[in-house]
Design a protein around this ligand. Structure first.
Ligand code: NAD
Length: 453
């Protein structure tokens, strides 16, 4: 809603008028000046970023502040210190350290579905780690992109942190430049393009991608609680969440109980006419509306099913009699449609999940601990949440990221800082005669005595 209102009111989008080459060049000169490495400078920029959230609260999604700015506000100073590594007897007189070097000039490319949070959380980590940053927000959420482009230069150093707006053409140009790290959030097919572009310069990447996150629901679960938690994960942002539960795996028997419960829960949350509910948002674009609404022709609609192209509204919908080969099961849904695929037991579910690409999240609803353990031990996913959806994302102590086609690398909390530093192994040896005598066996001639040492 905020995005739509802002679009209506939008003044001219303030774009960085420099070319991609000029942006990266000036960010590199700023990095080479060494100022991004000063802990005081980093702290000041992070405090300014916090101030930007506080002073623009009305304009911004609150989530970012809640999530993790606090961690980067001051904890980063401790994380930035060289870390002492363990030493063995031969190095007892030496110092073994891991330095946290900033990579240099980092590119952060954001997605539209949580446009401020997904763009600025990595940016805060990159600043804390001492990098210069080029920020490319998503053009699909133009009001947020405009907000970032307009506001960041007011609060942060203008050379070290630069924003470039634009879509595919502009990003393609930007990607021709050499970066020292690229952090991308978006879909898997664009992730491949980013990876290929980074590969030309051997630039390391974090790819935060998407995929089909399954839910396993068995009859030991409290169905009413499970239903609320599954539907909340599916309906928030109208299913346009990277870790939204994509589909449910359960038996026919559990399916019947789930559907009964879902009807009650949806009625309680959104009333008789969900389109009038102020708590259901719309699909981001006409293209996405067309893509998602086609899925309403898969399987059998048992809950919901209405759609209105004019408003880009799709009612929360549950589909049964869905087959693994149906179109709705071939791509990430990213909308409020929840297909149910029947499986009779844990082994069937494991086979189904492992027969597909590795998901970003996996949700298990069961009170049977041994079944939960079997599922955890025999499947791989970016993350898992047992007996809830989405909530694993809220713990800064848990690394957040995908595996296989759902992504590479992870962030949140200290992991965000770690993403943006090169860990430089450093051994500092003494330079005295006694230390040298301890090591003399490494020098030739390799006499019998030395070889037996
Ligand atoms: P997207 O991949 O379409 O766009 C992301 C960014 O890539 C945008 O800034 C866009 O301008 C740029 N881009 C798009 N096409 C490009 C191209 N051909 N060349 C270069 N750059 C290009 O993703 P989206 O639609 O904004 O976001 C939705 C997707 O992102 C979903 O798949 C979702 O699961 C995923 N996602 C993942 C996470 C995560 O943390 N893992 C979070 C949010 C969204």
């Amino acid at each position: 809603k905020w995005e739509e209102n802002r679009s209506v009111k939008r003044k001219e989008v303030s774009t960085n008028m420099k070319t991609p080459g000029e942006i990266v060049h000036s960010a590199r000169i700023a990095f080479q000046s060494g100022r991004t490495k000063s802990l005081e400078f980093r702290e000041k920029q992070l405090r300014n970023l916090l101030r930007m959230y506080e002073e623009n609260e009305q304009e911004m999604l609150e989530a970012l502040k809640r999530f993790e700015q606090k961690q980067n506000g001051s904890d980063f100073k401790e994380w930035a210190q060289p870390e002492k590594a363990t030493r063995g007897l031969p190095n007892i007189m030496d110092e073994a350290l891991i330095y946290k070097d900033p990579y240099g000039v980092v590119l952060v490319i954001g997605a539209w579905n949580y446009p401020i949070q997904l763009t600025l959380i990595p940016v805060s980590g990159a600043i804390a780690a001492g990098n210069a940053v080029v920020i490319k927000p998503s053009e699909i959420s133009p009001a947020s992109a405009e907000f970032i482009a307009r506001t960041i230069p007011k609060y942060l150093d203008r050379e070290c942190y630069q924003v470039m707006c634009g879509g595919v053409a502009e990003t393609t140009e930007l990607l021709k430049e050499k970066f020292d790290y690229i952090f991308f959030t978006g879909n898997t097919s664009v992730g491949r393009i980013i990876h290929a572009a980074a590969n030309k310069h051997l630039t390391p990447v974090t790819l935060e991608l998407g995929g089909k996150s399954p839910v396993y629901l068995d009859d030991t679960a409290d169905i009413d609680v499970a239903t609320r938690r599954i539907l909340w994960g599916k309906c928030i942002n109208a299913g346009q969440t990277c870790i939204a539960p994509d589909y449910v795996l359960c038996s026919k028997q559990t399916e019947a109980k789930f559907i009964d419960s879902a009807r009650n829960v949806l009625q309680e949350w959104y009333g008789k006419d969900p389109q009038k509910s102020p708590d259901l948002c719309r699909i981001v674009s006409d293209n996405h509306f067309k893509r998602i609404s086609k899925f309403l022709f898969n399987g059998k609609i048992v809950v919901g099913g209405t759609a209105d192209a004019e408003e880009r509204f799709i009612e929360p919908t549950i589909l049964t009699d869905v087959d693994g080969t149906d179109p709705v099961m071939q791509e990430e849904i990213f909308g409020p449609i929840l297909p149910i695929v029947n499986c009779e037991n844990v082994d069937d579910a494991i086979k189904f999940i492992n027969g597909r690409e590795k998901p970003l999240a996996f949700y298990i609803f069961s009170k049977n601990k041994s079944q939960v353990d079997t599922l955890l031990e025999n499947t791989t996913s970016g993350g898992v949440c047992v007996n809830d959806t989405l909530m694993h994302l809220t713990l800064p102590s848990l690394p957040f990221g995908g595996v296989g086609t759902s992504g590479m690398g992870a962030y949140h909390g200290k992991y965000t800082f770690d993403t943006f530093v090169h860990k430089k192994s450093t051994l500092v040896k003494t330079l005295n005669k006694f230390g040298e005598s301890l090591q003399s066996s490494r020098y030739p001639p390799y006499t019998e005595k030395k070889l037996n040492f």
